[in-house]
Design a protein around this ligand. Structure first.
Ligand SMILES: [Zn+2]
Length: 194
């Protein structure tokens, strides 16, 4: 069984958001176009969202109270649970998404495998329950949450493919390094499956 994981395609990670990644809104549109043509190729489509606590540094993940974010370990506040910034970007058609994963409640959480579904399962359990043997990964940001999620997927033993045409990274150098790291870990890195 083949599944698709859509990582953190949320307003705050797209243009106009508090931690905007260039190309984020376009990625959301490309994923929707892709799903219109290819959703039938997947037995399961999962989407993750960063879902942080309000009025908290989330254990230092948010730079608050005048602190400057270093954009490595600390970030501007983003994706506060229930906020507009935490919503999926409107360019992403949510009707294709079968399972929703939330992560980062009160702490940093780059990997969707650290999250939990609305019915209380881990992503690893979800994939196992659905007998998924191959996972395609897309989303934002290539150099952080896509990287961490794809590496964790690979650790579960399934085949992992990152489709870079539907990913956006924060910076060129860290994105290139992330793609190299993914390949070293045994993930396939391709532009698209077309
Ligand atoms: Zn976060």
């Amino acid at each position: 069984m083949r599944a698709l994981l859509i990582v953190d395609v949320q307003n705050d990670f797209c243009e106009g958001g508090s931690l905007a990644v260039a190309g984020g809104a376009a990625v959301a549109s490309k994923i929707t176009d892709y799903l219109k043509n290819n959703a039938g190729d997947y037995s399961l489509i999962v989407a993750s969202r960063d879902w942080h606590d309000a009025n908290s540094s989330n254990e230092g993940h948010f730079a608050i109270d005048g602190a400057e974010p270093d954009f490595v370990d600390s970030w501007p506040p983003h994706c506060v649970s229930g906020s507009t910034g935490a919503d999926y970007h409107p360019n992403l058609d949510q009707t294709f998404i079968g399972v929703h994963v939330q992560k980062g409640m009160g702490h940093a959480s780059y990997s969707a495998f650290e999250g939990i579904t609305t019915d209380g399962r881990t992503l690893e359990q979800v994939l196992s329950d659905a007998q998924v043997t191959a996972l395609d990964v897309v989303g934002i940001a290539t150099d952080y949450c896509v990287l961490a999620s794809a590496l964790d997927a690979r650790k579960t033993g399934i085949a992992v493919t990152v489709l870079t045409e539907m990913c956006a990274g924060i910076a060129v150098a860290s994105t290139d390094a992330a793609l190299a790291q993914l390949q070293q870990a045994g993930c396939a890195v391709v532009t698209s499956v077309a």
